[in-house]
Design a protein. Structure first.
Length: 297
């Protein structure tokens, strides 16, 4: 398993034998899985520290929910939620990214110590984002996006989801480079759960090699998402609750790691780190077991 490399500012790792694990801190009241659990700076900072203790390499701090149906908050509110958290975590030496689609919020977060911009709109929500990232010289996650959260599921229409996601991401890379962003600082995210139904999500995950084969780092954010709840529906027809999707999340993490992704964005790092440890141990074996047979080598 080989993770990609990204030229970054000092403090964020550039290479690794396994994907980097990005822990999530949502300083929001309405995120789909953990909204309201870390409602203020103190609780969010402690959560970030806990994520690192549990195995996160990087803490992704967001102040605006992007769940299906969510509505926007104003920029000042978003900045007030994330900037103090990032400043405190960065002062502890913790590598942070900011989860935002707004250039002004991203700039404030970078000034506070963030090392990476995670933009779920792929630069489409704010025309000033590309120039800001180019000037800052930081890594930029470009996620596949077709529209805001309140309408995105209406846009989940594809003839060939894998080919269309690939083409639309490459268009965002081209636009970023044209704006002065170093292509080596671009990270791709296929946007699991964004303008995609369960079948679309599984199709993209099944063919991650189409994206990793482009030579750019790939980030996967499948943690606790609805399509896993739909997979694990109970005998009563009820979806598995978000907090009870960790085992499934770790399984997706393992599959994505086998396809060579750069990073995995998760709510709980430990199950994913455990899954990666199993894969690393498996890779070190002198041979591989055949189905129903002995280990060769």
């Amino acid at each position: 398993m080989a993770a990609g490399s990204v030229p970054v500012r000092a403090g964020l790792p550039v290479t690794g034998i396994r994907p980097w694990v990005m822990g999530i801190v949502n300083v929001t009241p309405d995120s789909f899985s953990d909204g309201g659990r870390w409602p203020d700076t103190a609780t969010a900072v402690q959560r970030g520290r806990d994520l690192v203790t549990l195995g996160a390499d990087l803490v992704d701090v967001g102040g605006e929910s992007t769940r299906p149906g969510a509505h926007r908050v104003n920029p000042d509110t978003e900045a007030a939620r994330v900037v103090p958290v990032i400043r405190a975590l960065a002062s502890d030496g913790i590598a942070c990214s900011v989860d935002t689609t707004r250039a002004a919020v991203a700039r404030s977060a970078l000034d506070a110590g963030a090392l990476l911009v995670n933009d779920v709109s792929g630069g489409m929500a704010d025309p000033e984002m590309a120039a800001m990232v180019a000037d800052a010289g930081v890594p930029w996650v470009l996620m596949h996006w077709r529209g805001p959260s309140d309408v995105m599921q209406d846009l989940a229409r594809y003839d060939d989801v894998v080919a269309e996601v690939r083409a639309e991401l490459l268009a965002r890379v081209e636009a970023a480079v044209a704006a002065g962003v170093d292509e080596r600082a671009v990270i791709l995210d296929p946007g699991i759960g964004f303008a995609k139904n369960a079948d679309h999500n599984w199709a993209v995950l099944r063919r991650l090699d189409v994206l990793t084969g482009l030579g750019l780092p790939v980030l996967i954010g499948a943690s606790r998402k609805r399509f896993l709840g739909e997979l694990l529906v109970g005998s009563d027809g009820a979806l598995r609750g978000a907090a009870e999707r960790e085992d499934a999340t770790a399984a997706v993490s393992a599959m994505a790691a086998l396809d060579g992704v750069w990073g995995l964005r998760v709510h709980e790092p430990r199950p994913t780190r455990d899954a990666l440890a199993v894969l690393e141990a498996y890779d070190r074996l002198p041979g591989r077991a055949t189905v129903g047979g002995d280990v060769d080598g």
